[in-house]
Design a protein around this ligand. Sequence first.
Ligand code: UDX
Length: 447
Amino acid sequence: MKLGVVGLGYAGLCTAACFARKFEVIGIDVDRGRVSQLNRGEVPIHEEGLPSLLKSGITGRTLSFTTDYDSLLGTDIVFIAVGTPSKSDGAIDLSQVTTASALIGRQIARSKKTRLIVIKSTVTPGTATTVVKPLLEKEAGKSCGDGFGLCSNPEFLREGAAIEDTLRPDRVVIGPFDERSGRAIKSFYRRFYGPRSPKMVETTPENAELIKYASNTFLATKISFVNFIARICETLPGADVGDVAFGMGLDPRIGRQYLEAGPGFGGACFPKDSRALGAFTLQRGLDGSLLRSVLEINDTQPDWIVSSVEKALGSIRGKDVAILGVAFKEESDDVRESRAIVLAKRLISKGAQVRITDPKAMEGARRELGKGAEYYDDPRDCIRGADAAIVMVAWEKFKKLKPGDFVRLMRTPVLFDARRIYDAAEYGLGALKFMAIGRGDLPKVRG
Ligand code: UDX
């Protein structure tokens, strides 16, 4: 079986690399630079397990990369995994999906083979039916069902765990347009996963598309909800969001995952998908206030941290503030929608001198903040002489810093733990002024 994967961003590349363990895969992208990089064996993104999969795929000749859509001619299944970035109103920009669909349609027109097209890109409900299917039919000159098969099949990959999530997913969601497409995609996944196939959820294309948005926005809602509870805790001496979330999470109806209070969610998915579903509900004349609140809490979380630090310092202007961590989460070099970048920009606009340290995301930080910040490889150098330090990412390296390090190295030992990596019983003692998201026994009641 020969597969095509169109779009070699995060999801596309990880998917292609995993599929190449069992099938012949051709990865296509319009970005010539990325394609030649991949063909040289260079890995453009930081993802656990990806380098070795790419290497074995390329050396075993089951994986190749090109910009040429003609190479799709001999394929049996083509996965569309192009990006769907946000437009200014939050709705998704479908231009990459439409371009890919049209070019794939032209390839379908040229061959006698009945091919299955699978949409992995995150698209708002109804897109496969109203945009992709008509475009494929027009360009192919064939109808969906007879001339080619079509299926929605969203992915749920987490950065840092994308390979594991592809190889051992909780579920595979498929929304085929006809019975034959349903049979074909199920048989493909059964061959790929073998006897330990994950649960397959077969539904309509619209439901499949909505399952993706509903899942991501629900998780984003959980995070904003716990951050909302964290704010309540901060006004309540004796309260601690860690204990509250633990007590809540033991109820299996709630669950413990995605209940960690912090600086808010970032990354390529949660903010974009929450905005997109919000814009989608408005387009349909529905009240989008639930998702607006989720985003509002997330958007104001960096300000919340700034105001706590400001209170402790009196004023931010002219102060040296060390930001420990800029990636959107630990074990990642990705700074897309990172709350730490938002925080840094806010501090800079208030006249602070910002210092940055991160084990993996310094390149992204430099790209985003340029000369507006100072950069340090060693966290100890970063906090040396600083007036405040803010932990924005739960990197192991930062967990090794002891209260004494902050007291000894900083000009004024003010520490805000936005990821709750330090034990307040240890860090809250002595000369260190220790604050953490969601801890109420600290003087955080805002006047
Ligand atoms: C997410 C989804 O998990 C994945 O299924 C989807 O397909 C893509 O989006 P990802 O963006 O890689 O994956 O990151 P994830 O690990 O889910 O974290 C997202 C953000 O939420 C991060 O900024 C993280 O720090 C934050 N987060 C997560 C919290 O603040 N608290 C939590 O309890 C969990």
